[in-house]
Design a protein around this ligand. Structure first.
Ligand SMILES: [Cu+2]
Length: 200
């Protein structure tokens, strides 16, 4: 039936419009990547098709480093590992980090060995003071309210794009690798570095 098919095409086009509407004011975002994720007939499943990220966000920053957070959700039947991430619009370098406690009690972050594993049917939370996607060497400021695209690469080689909202947030200023001897007698360690270190 021609008309039915045409209608289906139309609604597919409408969907595409709605989706890309989210990124509205950034005409430079390429649509090329989306072809990999779009389900044509779902015969072949990649890990990326089972992974979603709830409430993805990036901490606003003028320069230097920042981080991305959110809850990684695996709706599939097997474990998924996030092995790397990129955000080419704002940085040339990202790392997967965990936050650990040094012998002296201070908190420091370091690359997470083996990546982030999201168990089958489970979740893995990325949050300030815990695991996070580290964004090194910002190439431009990231302002509250804007949206940045993060691309996650999974251990089967598939990738997924995540639209993250930039938010203002104080805290999550953990030292990188090497704690600078601040004492950590505050509550839960959520906002480290608020004492005198300010933003850098
Ligand atoms: Cu980090």
């Amino acid at each position: 039936m021609r008309t039915t098919r045409f209608a289906a095409l139309l609604s597919a086009a409408a969907l595409t419009l709605v989706v890309s509407g989210c990124g509205s004011d950034d005409p430079t975002t390429t649509a090329s990547d989306s072809s990999s994720g779009s389900d044509t007939s779902a015969s072949e499943t990649t890990e990326a098709s089972s992974l979603s990220v709830t409430d993805p966000w990036v901490k606003s920053a003028e320069e230097g480093m920042t981080a991305a957070f959110g809850t990684l959700v695996n709706e599939g039947d097997s474990d998924i590992t996030v092995v790397s991430a990129t955000a080419s619009d704002i940085t040339g370098m990202m790392e997967l980090h965990e936050t650990v406690q040094n012998d002296d009690g201070s908190m420091a972050m370091q690359p997470k060995e083996g990546g982030f594993v999201i168990p089958a049917g489970g979740e893995h939370e990325l949050s300030p003071g815990g695991d996070h996607l580290m964004i090194m060497d910002l190439t431009r400021p990231v302002e509250p309210g804007e949206t940045v695209t993060l691309t996650l690469t999974l251990d089967d080689g598939s990738t997924t794009d995540v639209e993250a909202t930039v938010k203002e947030f104080t805290g999550a200023d953990e030292n990188y690798q090497d704690g600078e001897g601040m004492d950590m007698d505050s509550d839960e360690g959520m906002d480290m570095g608020s004492e005198d270190s300010g933003d850098n």
